[in-house]
Design a protein around this ligand. Structure first.
Ligand SMILES: C[S@@+](CC[C@H](N)C(=O)[O-])C[C@H]1O[C@@H](n2cnc3c(N)ncnc32)[C@H](O)[C@@H]1O
Length: 310
């Protein structure tokens, strides 16, 4: 067993950002929630085999992860919690950040505290937002879920305007709840990422940022409409933090399992190679493309891609 801590130094080295940004991103996070264990090599193998066994069983049934009614019921539960407890980072937490066994930088790790995965997720967001997205006048999120990402952005950049979009009615209700609870310029719009129905109501200014976080994953291979929309916007940058199957190592068992899981769920595929082709043609510039190497035990949803129109 090998206990480690997500310290400012660890974050700065891992995410390749200045120490000041890493420290600021951890400021409000209790240190105790940021400890994790790296199981030894025999346990690593045991966890891998266990995942393989469970995945084989999972694959005998179709996945319901991408269904709209699944999201309505998930966000209904969050709405009820927000009505009872008020708006906070904790009340807006999606239920899927509940696992202690995770993937971090090529190994399985075990968070010591139940809040490790969510605390680390929010810390990563703060680091990336501060490092890559400072100074825009507006932030538009596609597939904004509970609104947690826009809440974090609005705390970091309070003077900006924020636009949330999602196909779930309960998601848009949560956005209204955040707007009512906080002094923030935040609006919500209904938008379907597969068809881009509703996209005509979204106009991003030249100094605006568009972001997707764990949302394009949901549209599988149906990214053509959203990509056309993104290419038509004069935005400063487009920021994605998504599971990108193309970033896995096809020769490593650790990654072969994750890509099998990704494909079983029908997650995003082909989008990154399409962006790379657009870059070769000189249509866009990819400013950042990397795998951060974090995820739950099944897969990694932290492929970072930042691009802009050339
Ligand atoms: C995994 S959640 C991520 C939510 C949020 N971006 C976050 O990081 O917390 C995926 C979100 O995508 C939304 N979504 C899924 N398919 C969609 C579609 N076709 N159009 C619009 N939103 C969609 C879901 O309603 C859900 O809010």
């Amino acid at each position: 067993m090998n206990t480690k801590e997500i310290s400012p130094e660890y974050l700065s080295e891992w995410l390749e950002v200045p120490l000041a940004i890493a420290s600021k991103s951890l400021e409000d996070t209790p240190r105790a929630s940021m400890n994790f264990i790296i199981p030894d090599s025999s346990d690593q193998l045991r966890i891998l085999k266990e995942c393989h066994r469970k995945l084989e069983f999972m694959m005998t049934k179709p996945s319901s992860d991408l269904k709209r009614k699944n999201w309505e019921s998930q966000w209904q539960r969050v709405s009820e919690r927000v009505a009872a407890e008020g708006v906070s980072e904790e009340s807006l937490r999606p239920a899927y950040f509940n696992r202690k066994m995770l993937r971090l930088r090529g190994t399985y790790v075990h968070g010591l505290d139940a809040s490790f995965a969510y605390s680390l997720h929010l810390t990563i967001l703060r680091v990336l937002f501060l490092h890559h997205l400072q100074g825009a006048t507006s932030y538009t999120e596609l597939g904004s879920g509970t609104g947690i990402n826009l809440l974090i952005l609005s705390k970091l950049f309070p003077g900006a305007a924020f636009l949330a979009t999602d196909w779930s009615k309960n998601s848009l209700q949560l956005i209204d709840a955040i707007g009512a609870a906080r002094d923030v310029n935040l609006e919500g719009r209904s938008l379907d990422l597969r068809t881009m129905e509703g996209g005509e109501t979204v106009q991003v200014p030249p100094d605006g940022v568009i972001l997707t976080i764990h949302a394009l994953e949901q549209i599988g291979v149906r990214y053509e409409s959203v990509l056309s929309f993104l290419l038509a916007q004069p935005a400063r940058v487009v920021f994605h933090l998504e599971p990108l199957v193309e970033l896995y190592d096809a020769t490593a068992n650790f990654d072969i399992l994750a890509s099998a899981y990704h494909r079983h769920l029908g997650y995003l595929e082909g989008y990154l190679p399409t962006l790379q082709k657009l870059e070769k043609k000189g249509i866009i510039e990819i400013m950042e493309c990397k795998r951060l190497g974090f995820g739950d035990v099944w897969h990694e949803a932290y492929g970072l891609v930042i691009w802009r129109r050339s």
